[in-house]
Design a protein around this ligand. Structure first.
Ligand SMILES: [Zn+2]
Length: 368
């Protein structure tokens, strides 16, 4: 029940004027009449004055000011009393204009002056109510799961590109510090991180193999080409073959084996074996063959190899002659010159210290 003494001094009209029009708070009114704020609260109920909605207190009026030749929204900061643009205030859904009452600068100043106090207080509160808050959050989440997940998803999709870019930028700007601190953290908890790695490895094993398979299917040609590239560059040989050129070569042989009727299980074969330290991966030294032919030829001299009886069963001789003139043509040589070149390579195998990007064709020409 409201205090009768106060009630006699404060009529319904006066109270609604103070509370609803002048936007005074219950505590402020209580101070004016020297009573407890609960008395004013009771009186409001008694007079049937509707209570203001939460956050519906004295809000700064939004005004229009001129800024860079345009009319923009602004409001007065409750601390420094200056009229500032809305963007000079932090976001607050409940605040006037969707912004906080204090401007960013005042807020910053307040924090700088009181940061020890604020930090201590928030830390104390955090630990004091930690368990309780955790439970509350969990309950809230499970209750609103569907909506929250949808929101998170939408937010993620909307800001994904932007966040990715920002993260990347942050990482590059602070790379050294990040790497160092991560390394330090790992060293301090080395057993823990090892255990985590192990768990992750087992957990993602299946996923990883599916991913690798997919990746391989998509990038098959590039992967195969790169592995050839590694082998070729290991012997410092030429590697100039592009994916387009390899496609062209395959199409020249109707996407089949250059020496037989096979159309699957094909390998890229080097006419001059890489192990001789000659040739390389370039147009004029590579062609597609069935893996059995590839294995049979291995690193023997192709002109010697073709004379073997077991090879005659594997290889179509018409195709062989066509292949020789095809490769000779690509090297701008006659068939005899090409044969001489290949034989020279076999007799002058390279090993040990190798000069990079060696051209066997030039070597043959210079030593002829
Ligand atoms: Zn201010």
């Amino acid at each position: 029940m409201a205090n009768n003494k106060v009630q006699s001094k404060l009529s319904k009209e006066e109270l609604s004027e103070l509370y609803l029009v002048q936007y005074k708070s219950i505590r402020e009114i209580a101070k004016m009449f020297d009573c407890n704020h609960t008395t004013i609260g009771d009186l409001l109920k008694q007079y049937d004055i509707p209570s203001r909605p939460v956050g519906g207190g004295r809000k700064a009026q939004i005004v229009q000011i001129e800024h860079n030749g345009q009319m923009v929204e602004a409001k007065r900061c409750t601390v420094c009393n200056e009229v500032k643009l809305l963007e000079d205030f932090n976001v607050d859904r409940k605040g006037s204009g969707g912004r906080q009452p204090k401007c960013k600068e005042c807020r910053k100043r307040y924090y700088e002056n009181n940061h020890t106090y604020i930090n201590n207080k928030s830390m104390t509160n955090y630990y004091k109510n930690h368990e309780e808050n955790k439970l509350k959050r969990r309950l809230y989440y499970s209750k609103h799961k569907i909506r929250l997940r949808k929101q998170q998803r939408e937010y993620y999709l909307l800001n994904h590109e932007k966040n990715l870019l920002a993260n990347r930028r942050y990482y590059h700007a602070n790379k050294d510090t990040i790497v160092q601190s991560e390394r330090l953290r790992r060293m301090e908890n080395i057993e823990y991180y090892r255990e985590q790695d192990r768990k992750r490895y087992i957990k993602r094993k299946e996923q990883r193999s599916i991913y690798h398979q997919k990746y391989y299917e998509i990038n098959k040609d590039t992967i195969k080409l790169n592995s050839k590239k590694r082998k070729t560059s290991l012997r410092s040989l030429l590697f100039t073959l592009t994916e387009q050129q390899w496609n062209q070569i395959q199409s020249d042989f109707n996407y089949g084996c250059a020496l037989s009727e096979h159309h699957s299980d094909l390998n890229m074969e080097h006419f001059i074996p890489v192990s001789w330290g000659h040739g390389g991966t370039y147009v004029g030294n590579v062609y597609p063959v069935h893996w059995k032919i590839n294995r049979s030829k291995s690193d023997t001299n192709p002109f010697v190899w073709i004379g073997r009886n077991d090879v005659k069963e594997l290889v179509d001789m018409d195709k062989w002659h066509r292949l020789i003139s095809y490769l000779a043509g690509q090297n701008h040589l006659s068939i005899d010159e090409f044969k001489d070149f290949v034989n020279w390579c076999e007799n002058n195998k390279r090993g040990g210290e190798l000069e990079p990007n060696y051209s066997s064709l030039e070597g043959w020409r210079n030593n002829k």
